[in-house]
Ligand binder design. Structure first.
Ligand code: ING
Length: 309
């Protein structure tokens, strides 16, 4: 008996700076309704899915920054999303900016089960970009300014019939992210992203944005024998182009479903969770093949130390 479950990648197009959360929630509920038609059991929304990607602007007024954060989840604006999902019997991943009661700020995602209960929370560990204003850039990438490094590690949860983990955007570029979850037996990694389609730190051919997106998702899936569902906030948002490419990757590393637009779009795939078993029991049977006595440098040092000239 295979463990089949249909999963939806619910990509969002641009969100304007002034777009009310209630309007974004209505867009997400429309995608949930389509997910219901496709018999989805789980839907993944993007990173920071409730607002525009505000780290693209340098702001000094904390109240202005905090307007992009959620103080409670669900809130009056987001409760309709939870209610619609529970009505459909669909679980979901939601990325948002979290402002905790004790004043800490994280780039956060939650895992909500098919009854509308929050069963897991993750806080982004790998914060890309910079903390100070860099006016020479065409736009900013101030995640190091607006968020603290996540303090929850890379947990996994056994829920809705699978072992699921979460990460966020830049996390996908670091193999440690997938491996820590792989070492907990993850079968399904959910993630959202906001990835500008140009590198503001220096010239890089644009096609590499999609190449690197696929490369890291496929590697993460294959090397840890897990499904990966990766969902973009896409399109030209406040003048900044963001890649789409939302997709579902199977444990073999093959992309099995992909969006065709850079707008609001749902793609769904019938995932056989047991496809993760072959890799875990053979090629990537960690217990049989890993040699941790040789891996010490990975957690003993942060930067690289090349040999002396
Ligand atoms: N965005 C981008 C990402 O990691 C980035 C930032 C793009 C870093 C390309 C390096 C290269 O996809 C977020 N939000 O992390």
């Amino acid at each position: 008996m295979t463990r089949m479950t249909t999963i939806g990648a619910a990509q969002l197009g641009p969100i304007a700076r002034t777009e009310p959360r209630a309007q974004v929630v209505r867009r997400m509920i429309a995608l949930l309704d389509r997910a219901k038609d496709r018999a989805c059991k789980l839907v993944v929304f993007p990173e920071l899915a409730l607002t525009t990607f505000f780290p693209r602007w340098f702001m000094t007024d904390q109240a202005e920054v905090d307007a992009f954060f959620e103080r409670e989840m669900p809130s009056a604006e987001t409760r309709p999303l939870f209610e619609a999902a529970a009505r459909h019997g669909i679980g979901f991943y939601l990325g948002y900016a979290e402002l905790t009661p004790d004043g800490r700020r994280f780039n956060t995602s939650i895992l909500v089960d098919d009854r509308g209960t929050i069963v897991g929370k993750y806080r982004k560990v790998h914060l890309p970009g910079h903390a100070e204003h860099e006016p020479e850039r065409p736009w900013q990438h101030l995640e190091k300014r607006y968020f603290e490094v996540g303090d929850l590690g890379f947990p996994v949860w056994r829920t809705m019939g699978a072992v699921m983990g979460m990460c966020i955007c830049n996390d996908r570029r670091w193999p440690e992210t997938f491996r820590v979850m792989g070492l907990q037996g993850v079968e399904l990694v959910l993630l959202g992203y906001n990835t500008p389609d140009r590198n503001t730190a220096g010239f890089e051919p644009n096609h590499l944005r999609m190449f690197h997106n696929d490369l890291v998702l496929q590697a993460g899936a294959y090397q840890n024998s897990t499904w990966v569902v990766a969902v973009a906030k896409a399109g030209v948002e406040e003048g900044v182009g963001m890649i789409g490419g939302s997709c579902i990757v199977q444990p073999s590393g093959e992309i099995v479903a992909r969006v065709s637009t850079v707008g609001d779009e749902l793609v769904a795939f019938d995932c056989d969770l047991d496809l993760a078993r072959l890799g875990k029991e053979t090629i990537f049977n960690f217990a049989r093949h890993r040699r941790i006595e040789h891996y010490g440098a990975i957690t003993a040092q942060t930067g690289a130390t090349p040999p002396p000239e």
